[in-house]
Write a protein that binds this ligand. Structure first.
Ligand code: PMP
Length: 391
């Protein structure tokens, strides 16, 4: 029987049929004219999606962690000071990664479910001579969204390069890379970008490229060295053949299709759709008796929600029952609270129909796990939100 489960985890997500068709098309040479054209178009589309008309895009085969490494390896030299703003597991990952590249790392860690106080960030920036700071826009382990506009402003004021991990935000949450002074905004293909896993993507500001150009020591990673990839990106944009490492031809073809769809939707409309659907989902989750890991409403992400289990409900009872009802959600990820919550992704091609399906399946699962709630109450609350906000 065909498995028609709806995948509502925070990546990989459900992909558009045209994107999957491009992925399944016969593979061309990486220097075939039609592939060069597709790669060049994808790089141009990235500037529109990142809202970074002056930025330098990179697309390299690998996962989101490679995108983090592409930023860290190229901007850090041994002994450089780095400030890591951590709101969960992926913030902490940057501490380890930057240390490997020789950085002297200071971590500001928010209590689980909270953001960092900006005045604390400013105090730290004022007291230390940092070269870079990293911030996880939406930490997928907590669904906390950091105020990156304000952080970009602070970084610029203290002459620090800002690296934004946008793996769980780019093309879903509002980001204006240029206007918000963000030096690197990185992501991966499998989330709101809407392409199966396997591509690391980032856009670097001219300031970041200048900092890279003035390095005194070689980049410690061979594969991640921007010096290897910059001429390749420039060649594809100039519609010329080039080679360093074989690109993931089919994934790049799929990226070209997905980025075109994103540009066609328009960034403002896309940000608004994510905000509205997240609001509808959360209205339904509250009606079903759930609370959220992210404590402050204004810092809850629009790309995923981390729902705490209602009292008495166990993960082992709930998640399989939701799956049985046709929807796949993800378990907890943060090691300290892993057994207390689950995560629902709502990004990319997600629709109001998907939100209603997820809430319906969660209600069925909750009932199976012994939680009492009035039939249809979550779906009704989401529909009321929908009607009130005119999505
Ligand atoms: N950063 C964030 C915010 C993420 O959500 C993830 C993946 N869930 C990563 C980094 C790492 O990406 P990948 O798993 O593709 O290496």
């Amino acid at each position: 029987m065909k498995d028609r489960s709806l995948l509502m985890i925070p990546g990989p997500i459900e992909f558009e049929p045209e994107v999957l068709q491009a992925l399944g098309a016969p593979t061309t040479s990486h220097v075939a004219p039609n592939f060069i054209e597709a790669f060049g178009r994808a790089l141009e589309a990235m500037r529109k999606i990142w809202l970074a008309p002056e930025g330098q895009p990179f697309v390299v085969a690998g996962s989101g962690t490679l995108a983090m490494e592409l930023a860290g390896a190229n901007l850090v030299e041994p002994g450089d000071r780095a400030l890591v703003l951590s709101t969960g597991v992926f913030g902490d990952r940057f501490e380890d990664l930057l240390s490997r590249h020789g950085a002297d790392v200071t971590v500001l860690r928010a209590p689980i479910g909270q953001t960092l106080d900006l005045s604390q960030v400013e105090d730290d920036l004022r007291s230390g001579v940092y070269k870079i700071l990293t911030v996880t826009h939406v930490d997928t382990s907590t669904a906390v969204r950091m105020p990156i506009r304000e952080i970009g402003e602070l970084a610029r004021r203290y002459n620090v390069l800002s690296i934004v991990d946008g793996v769980c935000s780019v093309a879903g949450e509002e980001i204006w890379q240029d206007e918000w002074n963000l030096d690197v905004v990185l992501t991966a293909s499998q989330k709101a970008i809407g392409v199966p896993p396997g591509l690391a993507l980032l856009v670097a500001s001219q300031r970041a490229m200048a900092a890279f150009a003035s390095r005194e020591t070689p980049v410690r990673s061979y594969y991640a060295d921007w010096a290897k990839w910059l001429p390749i990106m420039q060649a594809y944009e100039a519609r010329k053949p080039s080679y360093f490492g074989t690109p993931a031809v089919n994934l790049v073809a799929a990226l070209d299709v997905s980025l075109r769809q994103i540009v066609d939707e328009g960034m403002t409309a896309r940000f608004a759709r994510h905000e509205q659907l997240a609001g509808a989902f959360r209205a339904g989750a509250v009606a079903l008796g759930m609370n959220f890991v992210a404590t402050e409403p204004q810092h809850r992400a629009n790309t995923l929600t981390a729902c705490r289990y209602p009292n008495g409900v166990a993960a082992g009872d709930l998640l399989p029952a939701i799956k049985q009802a046709g929807v796949i959600v993800a378990g907890g990820l943060h090691p300290e609270i892993k057994s207390e919550y689950f995560r629902v992704g709502h990004m990319g091609a997600v629709s109001m129909g998907d939100i209603l399906a997820a809430l319906g399946a969660i209600e069925i699962g909750l009932r199976h796990a012994g939680h009492v709630c009035e039939p249809g109450i979550g779906v009704a609350a989401a529909l009321q939100w929908h009607a009130a906000h005119g999505i």
